[in-house]
Write a protein that binds this ligand. Structure first.
Ligand SMILES: Nc1ncnc2c1ncn2[C@@H]1O[C@H](COP(=O)(O)OP(=O)(O)OP(=O)(O)O)[C@@H](O)[C@H]1O
Ligand SMILES: [Mg+2]
Length: 250
């Protein structure tokens, strides 16, 4: 479980982006982080992962304070996919192999290679393994970055808009895979996503950010027309289709 206690963050002397946030993100759930542009979603993910160091408060992962957790241990616990990835001139196989870095002591093992091959296959990327990441399309690169995070085999996955560049078919495939991994391996996935329909379809917990704080956190029952109007200032209708909620702007 990730426990956040009294977390505040501001960039330099700007007003606080996150102001005294506390929550418990339970093990084995797929948690959607939702909110307007600029609400602080990416900042929150970075604070959980100590890419950013909060000015106040703490983050505990399975009871351990991330303040004093060695980087390598943190990388075994948490894999993070940032909102924007820059492609270096690396072969796809090697880019995904980088996910194994926290486990590699002297040399890459056969097991590391097997894991990379398995993940590439899961994401339909096997035929790309000798391509260079700098020569991939935006969506292909996004899949490679996700593959690297999966190869890390961490208990927690922090994904910042991981499907924003994917076509509809790939979006659903990717989110289904993430959901399956979360259920089968009891992993906690924290995913920033703007598409509310994808969020309600593939996630089972919802964390709405508003005014530098958590507006609401809970299961699908909190995704209501009122919550959406309060958070996004947008009137919607919520329909039911095959036990799924469908959110339609009015
Ligand atoms: N490096 C930075 N320096 C200064 N201000 C920043 C920096 N990064 C983000 N901000 C500001 O902090 C606020 C929160 O940004 P953040 O990236 O967390 O938003 P977000 O919810 O992820 O938005 P989006 O949905 O557009 O990705 C915004 O007002 C943004 O302009
Ligand atoms: Mg963001």
């Amino acid at each position: 479980m990730i426990r956040v206690e009294g977390l505040s963050y501001s960039y330099g002397s700007s007003p606080k982006v996150l102001d005294n946030i506390s929550c418990q993100l339970e093990q084995g759930h797929c948690i959607a982080v939702l909110g307007n542009n600029g609400a602080g979603k990416s900042t929150l993910l970075k604070c959980l992962n100590r890419v950013l160091v909060p000015q106040e408060g703490e983050v505990l992962i399975d009871g351990d304070d991330t303040n004093i957790m060695p980087r390598r241990e943190m990388a075994k616990k948490i894999a993070y996919v940032p909102q924007r990835s820059i492609a270096s001139h690396t072969m796809v196989f090697d880019a995904v192999l980088l996910g194994r870095k926290p486990y590699i002591n002297w040399d890459v093992t056969e097991e590391d290679r097997r894991i990379v091959q398995r993940v590439l296959k899961q994401l339909n990327l096997s035929e790309y393994s000798t391509r260079y990441t700098s020569e991939l399309s935006g969506g292909e690169l996004q899949k490679v970055v996700l593959a690297r995070a999966l190869a890390q085999e961490s208990d927690y996955l922090l994904l910042d808009e991981p499907t924003s560049n994917l076509d509809p078919h790939n979006k659903h495939n990717m989110l289904r895979l993430i959901q399956d991994i979360s259920i089968e391996q009891n992993k906690t996935v924290i995913i920033v996503i703007h598409d509310l329909n994808l969020a309600v379809r593939y996630c089972d917990r919802f964390l709405f950010l508003k005014d530098s704080n958590i507006y609401r956190y809970g299961g699908c029952e909190i995704v209501t027309t009122q919550t959406i109007e309060d958070v996004y200032g947008m009137k919607v209708e919520i329909l039911e289709h095959r036990e799924n909620k469908i959110i339609v702007p009015c």
